[in-house]
Design a protein around this ligand. Structure first.
Ligand SMILES: [Zn+2]
Length: 419
């Protein structure tokens, strides 16, 4: 029971109220023959902004699983933790996302660099591993940039992993390594060598989150060259496959896609690549649930709408502060945001039209949506007023959460060709 299935979804639930609705989307997929493991991810950053603890996430997950009658595996993810933050997550979580992006580009000890060079140089050339759809070209330049860019980060992953292993002893644990919150993407060849180095560091990595090319901003669509992404994604899958066959890595090691919600433009090529290769994938979609909460409040009208507008207006006044922790994963042009005065005049329909991700809707405003995405701390500050509103409008919000997760994410990523 303690296994991620081939497909898994990071469905973090910032306020811990939507677990049942999220599970309903996965139960719907299951009824159609596709198994998806739920993983409730929440970072130190989110806990700090909300004032919650990993134990709260664990309780919410356990309660949702019991209420929904979910019989399969599920996990609680200590998302984007490092050596400074991991301790508070050790008991409540069983999935750990080791964020080593801050160490990218730092130099490892010269002797370690030399050893990696000698050890991995023999793999340079075209990697034609049996079962690979196409050979993966890897050069000495790739190895050089992998060592210069990522060896120190991999060693940091080793330190975090050993801390977790020491404290959790025999309790089963899923390990993800994330390098996504950084400016420069990792090429498929670099990914191959990063996995080689993780193996050497004895990190039992189960999912790895590279920075893919193009922009993955929170809650909005992919920005970049879709065809290029598609080719590169297939090569990233091949790099993982090649690494599994070459090194002593887990046989079900898979890629993890962060800021994966709402990347509708690339879901088609991701699905095709998964189906052609038979590979698995983990996709993190956490923030989209909070957006459905505020949309549900706005839809409800009356006090719900007033609260949604109040959160939006406060967020418009506090852009700099709210955006700062997310600088790598959002891009907001303030000139394209509505003014607070405009927001105050909106009715339910107008609020939803500006916020919901529907590209055919001319009022849809991705800048506003990104700002709301990082504005959940404003809602948390409202405390009971906000939580009571979530309870008052529970059915509307739950329907939105389920539908958004199933129709906009699960179906195009994992189902469409089958169903
Ligand atoms: Zn991430």
């Amino acid at each position: 029971m303690f296994n991620l299935s081939k497909y898994s979804l990071g469905i973090g639930d910032r306020f811990g109220r939507q677990g049942e609705a999220q599970l309903a989307a996965l139960q719907e997929a299951r009824a159609l023959g596709v198994e998806i493991t739920p993983v409730w991810n929440k970072s130190f950053r989110e806990h700090r902004i909300i004032g919650s603890t990993p134990t709260d996430s664990r309780r919410a997950a356990d309660a949702a699983v019991a209420a929904a009658g979910w019989q399969e595996a599920y996990f609680v993810d200590a998302d984007h933790i490092g050596l400074q933050t991991v301790d508070g997550f050790l008991d409540a979580c069983d999935y750990f996302t080791l964020d080593v992006a801050a160490m990218i580009g730092q130099a490892a000890a010269a002797a370690d660099q030399q050893r990696a060079w000698q050890e991995f140089r023999r793999f340079c050339g075209s990697l034609a591993v049996p079962g690979l759809l196409s050979p993966l070209p890897v050069t000495e330049a790739d190895l050089h940039s992998a060592i210069a860019g990522y060896l120190a980060a991999v060693q940091e992953a080793g330190r975090i992993y050993r801390r977790i292993a020491q404290q959790r002893a025999d309790r089963p644990t899923v390990i993800e390594v994330s390098m996504d919150e950084t400016a420069r993407p990792q090429s498929p060849a670099e990914l191959f060598f990063i996995l080689a180095m993780l193996d050497r560091e004895r990190v039992p990595v189960q999912t790895i989150a590279p920075r893919f090319s193009g922009a993955f901003h929170k809650g909005v669509d992919y920005i970049g060259d879709v065809d290029l992404f598609g080719r590169e994604f297939a090569q990233h899958l091949a790099a993982v496959q090649a690494a599994i066959k070459t090194f002593d890595l887990k046989a079900d090691l898979k890629l993890s896609l962060h800021s994966g919600s709402d990347k509708f433009a690339i879901y088609g090529c991701i699905r095709t690549a998964l189906q052609e290769s038979g590979a698995g994938l983990h996709v993190k979609t956490a923030g989209t649930t909070w957006l459905e909460e505020i949309i549900g409040l706005a839809q409800a009208g009356g006090e719900g709408l007033d609260l949604a507008k109040e959160i939006a207006c406060r967020a418009l006044l506090r852009q700099t502060e709210l955006c700062a922790p997310y600088s790598e994963v959002i891009e907001i042009d303030p000139r394209q945001l509505p003014t607070a005065r405009e927001v105050r005049q909106w009715d339910s329909e107008a609020f939803v039209a500006h916020t919901r991700h529907r590209q055919q809707e001319p009022r849809y405003n991705p800048m506003f949506r990104q700002l709301l995405h990082v504005a959940y701390g404003v809602a948390a500050e409202m405390g009971e007023t906000f939580y009571r509103a979530l309870d008052d409008h529970r059915a509307t919000i739950a329907a939105g959460v389920r539908k958004n997760l199933f129709e906009n994410h699960v179906r195009p990523l994992f189902l469409r060709a089958n169903v």
